[in-house]
Design a protein around this ligand. Structure first.
Ligand SMILES: Nc1ncnc2c1ncn2[C@@H]1O[C@H](COP(=O)(O)OP(=O)(O)O)[C@@H](O)[C@H]1O
Ligand SMILES: [Mg+2]
Length: 602
């Protein structure tokens, strides 16, 4: 019922069309009842003839009856056709609207949601769960309306024939209702189980498609097949649980429904034999009995469908009602240019329980270049995640231009901060469109300019279709360094106030990295730039260097200051100094922290 209530808000827009379909359904049902009524009339006519022994047939009367039945058949089919068209129009539009709304909601959710929910599970909500709601809209709801109409009109006819018979037949209905409710209750958990199992199955399959290279590289095909088989068996068991529940409880419902026939033979027969009803009336009720009984019997199937859809709507509504943690609070700054001052004040942050940033403090002035170095897992990417406001700190505050980042319009933040991420994602589209992702209106000249700055122009020009080469899924393969440079060009094109490069040049050779840095220093001077890197050569010209370890900011300052501190930075410098080809792993001891590794890429 919850499902219907939830769907009802979508029906509002179509109220006039809905009233028309309800009228058409009533018409369809009424036309169906013409036949048994006429049969009853004819039976009475024949009985009359037998009783009066006058075998004169009123030909006109027969013609009228035939014409009425013909008219009823035509009317019935016309109603069926028109209401079918309107039903489809309404339900398909509602499904389309739900799918669109759901996708828009999904887009608005933040990183935490996508970390907590598996892709396969989200996908199955957008596909199979919506399909099951669609089945209710196109099948169940119209059927409920039609069954109710059959029941109500049928009962009206029985009452007009014999109120006593109507009461007797109706007496069975509490029993039917009881078994229908029991059936519904027993079925609901079986449907929820099935939906969860299918989501699980989708997730396993989806993960394997994404990670097929890893599976092959480690020869784990058999293990993965077994894992899939387990999910498959789980789904089978959940489905069989439903089947057993259905075959156990459905016959109870049909038994109670069929008691109606017994009551009819008993009460209807008695009334006719004692002269309280005519034979024709008996024939009419006999003809429509099925129309009253079948909606009751159908109740089980309809409830079954609604329960199935309700398991789906529960999942859809969870997605619907999920609110992003990251959203606009009290907006103080909107649509005004951001200058690029960044301040972290006692910032502590955790994704789950463990704190990954511990009381971080630093300030970067507009136009500064800030470099962050430190071992893998030390919290470098987490710092930039907070500047892009993918997450909010647990304690402390991140300020941009001296305003709490939470009070700046989220859109303004995202427009002003460009990040070339460590995990690069390219859409299955042309290189030009991938670069212009943030600025779809960019001209080809703009795109080429940033590609040149990112040292990507040369290799792009050599590709078969140049900037129109399709990359990403099913596109041409690109090396890690090439992907990094496309991602850098994408960030540069946004012309942001704050430019973040998270390990963006780790996979390009030293020489290219050096040339890219020169270009950035010359052409993007006025931007606050944050560079996460592993090579001292990449960070030594920065205005401020932050050294991270285990979530702590352990050293900060410029290159010379840090060398003078003679700490961790100096240690790494000594290991790498002058050796541009040394990208190996260097073990470094730091007095206040455990021994940790430096170098390599995450
Ligand atoms: N999305 C996430 N969910 C949970 N833990 C995370 C997530 N991203 C990073 N971490 C953890 O946070 C810590 C810091 O990670 P990160 O900032 O990515 O380090 P770095 O960029 O220095 O390699 C690591 O221990 C890492 O495992
Ligand atoms: Mg990182």
């Amino acid at each position: 019922m919850d499902t219907l209530r939830w769907l009802s808000k979508y029906f509002k827009k179509y109220s006039i069309l809905l009233i028309i379909t309800i009228i058409l359904t009533f018409g369809y049902v009424a036309f169906n009842y013409v036949h048994p009524i006429i049969i009853g009339k004819i039976v009475d006519l024949i009985q009359n003839m037998v009783e009066t022994a006058s075998f004169q047939i009123d030909k006109n009367q027969l013609l009228i009856y035939s014409a009425v039945i013909l008219g009823a058949i035509i009317g019935k089919e016309a109603c069926f056709y028109i209401k079918g068209c309107i039903n489809e129009h309404i339900s398909q539009n509602i499904v389309m609207q739900i799918r669109c709304e759901l996708f828009a909601r999904l887009e608005a959710l933040d990183c935490r949601f996508f970390e907590k929910n598996k892709t396969g599970d989200i996908l199955s909500r957008l596909t199979s769960d919506i399909d099951s709601v669609k089945a209710v809209l196109t099948g169940t709801v119209p059927q409920i309306v039609q069954s109710l109409s059959f029941f109500v009109i049928g009962f009206g006819i029985v009452i007009s024939v014999s109120p006593i018979l109507a009461i007797a037949l109706f007496a069975v209905s509490p029993l039917v209702a009881y078994f229908a409710i029991v059936l519904g209750k027993k079925l609901k958990p079986t449907f929820i189980g099935q939906r969860e199992a299918i989501s699980e199955l989708n997730s396993v399959a989806q993960e394997n498609i994404d990670g097929n290279k890893v599976v092959k590289a480690y020869a784990r095909e058999e293990f993965e097949t077994e894992k899939f088989q387990k999910s498959n068996e789980n789904y089978y068991n959940k489905h069989m649980h439903f089947v057993y529940t259905w075959v156990k409880y459905y016959p109870r419902l049909t038994f109670s429904v069929n008691l109606t026939n017994v009551v009819f033979i008993l009460v209807g027969g008695y009334l006719t034999l004692t002269g309280h009803a005519t034979v024709g009336q008996y024939a009419t009720v006999n003809g429509i009995l099925w129309c009253i009984v079948s909606p009751m019997q159908l109740l089980g199937t309809l409830l079954n469908q609604i329960q199935q859809a309700s398991a789906s709507t529960i999942k859809l509504r969870k997605l619907y009602d999920a609110t992003p943690d990251i959203r606009n609070h009290k907006v103080l700054k909107r649509d005004t240019a951001i200058e690029g001052k960044i301040t972290f004040k006692n910032v502590t942050f955790s994704y789950e329980k463990d704190r990954v940033l511990k009381s971080i403090n630093f300030t970067a002035n507009p136009g500064d270049t800030v470099a962050i170095i430190g071992p893998t897992g030390s919290g470098k990417s987490s710092i930039v995640n907070l500047i892009s406001r993918f997450y909010d700190p647990r304690e402390g505050t991140v300020y941009i231009d001296d305003i709490n980042i939470k009070n700046i319009d989220l859109n303004t933040v995202r427009k002003s901060v460009a990040i070339a991420m460590q995990d690069i994602f390219l859409f299955s589209d042309t290189i030009a469109n991938n670069i212009a992702y943030g600025i779809p209106t960019a001209t080809r000249e703009d795109i080429i300019k940033v590609a040149k700055d990112a040292d990507a122009h040369e290799f792009i020009s050599k590709l078969p279709d140049g900037y129109d080469t399709i990359v990403g899924e099913r596109g041409v393969g690109l090396s890690g360094g090439q992907r990094q440079r496309i991602s850098l060009a994408r960030a540069l094109l946004k012309n942001p106030s704050i430019l973040i490069l998270d390990d963006t040049t780790s996979a390009v050779d030293m020489e290219t990295e050096f040339s890219i840095q020169q270009t950035l220093e010359n052409n993007y001077k006025n931007k606050t730039t944050i560079i996460i890197a592993h090579r001292i050569s990449s960070v030594k010209n920065a205005d401020l260097i932050l050294v991270m370890n285990g979530g702590h900011l352990i050293e900060w300052g410029n290159h010379n200051q840090l060398l003078n501190q003679n700490g961790y930075y100096k240690h790494v410098y000594d290991s790498q100094f002058g050796d541009f080809t040394n990208t190996g792993t260097i073990d470094v001891d730091y007095p206040n922290f455990n021994s940790f590794k430096m170098g390599g890429t995450k």
